[in-house]
Design a protein around this ligand. Structure first.
Ligand code: PYR
Length: 350
């Protein structure tokens, strides 16, 4: 009998070793501060999903930028192994590599649905891995803002001359386009936007749209709120250190991919809701906000500068050419359907 109990004990012990699941503790740095919703929520949602879907095998600790103090250093920190993952936006790395720009958003480019279709159905994801390989990371979509507003301006912009010399926070390709029209375009990290506008370090800025702009209070300093042209569907980004990802068991790699995909799409949906609610409140509580669209000569000049810049960038980087050509061809293929569906529906029902 004693022997029977001993054997049962040994078998139970062996079984528990066999089935004990290794826990993988990962770290994530965000470009956002801990109060920048819904961006920070997307990072947290992804971490929670990864833990739940892996049955506790993945645990991700998140450090927001107020902790690690380097909002625009997160790509380097993931590459260098200080963090395993970052939640950020691809276009912040344009100074390192121009070919990263189209993975966020391009002026007059694809909307959120179109961009997601490109990522998942037309090779966008594979191109992202090709471009980001030299940066030591894998790159995945990290949540879309939808169409962004053109920004907050202290003064009304009536002519091209009004743009000349204007110091504006505007990241990505749009910053380059604005620069062609004489704007002094700068990229200021998200944690310092309000102070920069309030202290006149800049004359204008664009951040996102009502969901994220309202809480920042920009309307108290710069009352002109312009409609968008420059970021028709901006995709955030998860980057993961390649060595860390490659070492994970395949089922956990798949869990992470699923968690990122769900978190990204959930942000897109949630942000739509948050935008509508915030805009309703803004109109009611701050009727002095003046919504404007850039006059046609300015829009025409922006389109011309954008087209010229795209050709210049293609000539300067074969990788940028490959990504832009792929997006251009796909946008051309999708637009007749976008017109037939969303455009005609909304045009007749607003
Ligand atoms: C921006 O940095 O402007 C974003 O839209 C995230």
């Amino acid at each position: 009998m004693k022997l029977f109990f001993k054997l049962t004990f040994i078998i139970t012990l062996l079984c528990s070793f066999t089935y004990a699941q290794k826990v993988y503790k990962l770290t994530m740095a965000t470009t956002w501060t801990s109060t920048q919703h819904p961006l920070i929520d997307t990072a947290e949602h992804m971490a929670k999903l990864a833990e739940e879907l892996s049955n506790g095998q993945i645990k991700i600790r998140i450090d927001a930028s107020n902790k690690h103090k380097s909002p625009f250093g997160v790509l380097d920190m993931v590459k260098g192994g200080q963090y395993d993952i970052a939640h950020t936006a691809s276009y912040y790395w344009k100074g390192k590599d121009i070919a990263v720009l189209p993975f966020s958003s391009m002026p007059f480019g694809m909307t959120a649905q179109e961009l997601y279709a490109w990522f998942y159905n037309d090779g966008g994801m594979e191109l992202a891995q090709k471009v980001f390989e030299k940066h030591g990371v894998y790159s995945f979509p990290g949540g879309n803002t939808g169409v962004q507003m053109g920004g907050w301006f202290r003064k009304e912009i009536n002519t091209l001359d009004d743009l000349k010399g204007l110091k504006m926070r505007i990241p990505g390709f749009a910053g380059e386009v604005m620069a062609k029209l004489g704007v002094q375009a700068v990229t200021i990290n998200p944690g310092e936007l309000y102070t920069s506008l309030e202290r006149n370090t800049i004359d204008a800025l664009e951040w996102v749209s009502p969901s994220m702009d309202f809480v920042m209070g920009f309307h108290k300093v710069a009352p002109y709120y312009y409609t968008g042209w420059h970021e028709p569907g901006t995709e955030m980004q998860f980057v993961i250190n390649r060595k860390v990802f490659d070492k994970l068991p395949v089922h956990l790699q798949n869990v992470l991919k699923a968690a990122m995909k769900i978190a990204a799409y959930d942000m897109y949906i949630n942000n739509y809701d948050l935008n509508a609610l915030a805009w309703e409140r803004m109109k009611k509580e701050y009727p002095d906000i003046k919504v404007r669209t850039f006059p046609k000569p300015i829009m025409d000049a922006l389109k011309k500068a954008n087209a010229e810049l795209r050709e210049e960038m293609k000539a300067s980087s074969p990788e940028m050419k490959e990504v832009l050509d792929s997006q251009e061809a796909y946008q051309k293929k999708l637009r007749p359907w976008s017109e037939m569906s969303d455009y005609f529906y909304l045009k007749d029902n607003i």
